[in-house]
Structures are given as structure tokens and as C-alpha cells.
Design a protein around this ligand. Sequence first.
Ligand SMILES: CC(C)(COP(=O)(O)OP(=O)(O)OC[C@H]1O[C@@H](n2cnc3c(N)ncnc32)[C@H](O)[C@@H]1OP(=O)(O)O)[C@@H](O)C(=O)NCCC(=O)NCCS
Length: 176
Amino acid sequence: MNCSIRTENQQDYDKVDKVIMAAFKNMSESDQSEHLLVKRLRQEKTFNQELSIVACIEDNIVGHILLTSIFIKNKEEQFETLALAPVSVLPKFQKKGIGAQLILEAHRRAQFHDYKSIVLIGHEDYYPRFGYQRASSFDIRFPFEAPDQNCFAIELIKGSLANVFGEVVYPKAFFE
Ligand SMILES: CC(C)(COP(=O)(O)OP(=O)(O)OC[C@H]1O[C@@H](n2cnc3c(N)ncnc32)[C@H](O)[C@@H]1OP(=O)(O)O)[C@@H](O)C(=O)NCCC(=O)NCCS
């Protein structure tokens, strides 16, 4: 099975939305609105097309991942970072390493664009394999009621979060 990874383009939007809907369809933790979040994030001024990535098998889109520029803020300082949300793989193609390919490519592109860290809320058993650590270990908090074990951050460059702490500030698209 040959899976290729490329940048999402505008012609992909409807297909990507369907992939996201299918991926989250049977998830009890989801309100099945992730595709709407992606639609809103594509409208943000900070939207970076190169950080919206698709996985394809024989020209069919089977997965997608999006990174969005956000901030971690404390009383004195703010630090630019990225939010990883969401990542989706069509159910039929899950557990074949496509999610991992998307995440690793997202990391590579984030570094290329000079980002030094990523934060996310996600499955506690999935993200540590990519190097994600509990965000609380960096004193990074989220404005959502999510259990500690689901709140993650990764240093794309070792030590890059050493002096970064505070609350993650999401664009309002995340709350609509
Ligand atoms: C999460 C998701 C993107 C992973 O994609 P994938 O292509 O199946 O991932 P990979 O093949 O790289 O990895 C598969 C591994 O992830 C694990 N995994 C997948 N979903 C998981 C979950 N909800 N909780 C814990 N582990 C999970 C699998 O058990 C498997 O583990 P193994 O390697 O030990 O067997 C995909 O399952 C998906 O789209 N899920 C629905 C949407 C979703 O939950 N998105 C993430 C929101 S945080």
C-alpha cells in the first residue's frame, strides 16, 4: 500500500471534510464537528496552507492533519506555538501507519517554518510514541476541561519549552 503525503489544496476541501467526518463518526468523545473547525481555521488570517496536509492512496484522500499557529501566554510573555487539531484517517485505512506518517510530516514542516513546539489534546496512548509529553510537566495549561493525561506538548527542538509556561490561547474558531 503506497501512501503519499502532500499539501492540501482548495480542490481537496470537500473530500477532506468527508474524511474528517468519517474518522470521527463513531467516536464517543467527539461532537462530530471537527470538519467545521477545520473549515473555520482555513478562514483564519494565520492559516498556513503548507501546514494542512493530506495522505493519499491512489489519488484518493484517506487522511488529513492540520497545524494552526497559536500562543502560550503568561503574565509577562507570549510564545508562538502550533496546535495540532485535528488528525483524521478514514476508518478503513487506520492502523496502517498513516496517522504516524501525517504526524511526522507535520513535525517536519513545523520545523521548516521555524516552529519549536506543538501542543494538542488527544488520546493518552497515542501521542507519547511521537515524543509528546504531558503539557503540565512544562506548566502549560489549556482553556478546556481536559484530563491532564490528554494534554500534550512536544519540543521540536530539545529544550525549546524550558522557559515557556502559561495558558494556551486558541483563536476563537476553536470555541464556536
Ligand atoms: C488517531 C488516528 C488519526 C490514528 O491514525 P492511524 O493511521 O490509525 O494511526 P497509526 O496507524 O499511525 O497508529 C495506529 C496506532 O494508534 C493507536 N490508536 C488509534 N486510535 C487510538 C485511540 N483513540 N487511542 C489510543 N490509541 C489509538 C492504535 O491502537 C494503533 O496502536 P498500535 O500501533 O500500538 O497498534 C485515527 O485512528 C483516527 O482518525 N481516529 C479517529 C479520529 C481521532 O481520534 N483523531 C485524533 C483526535 S486526538
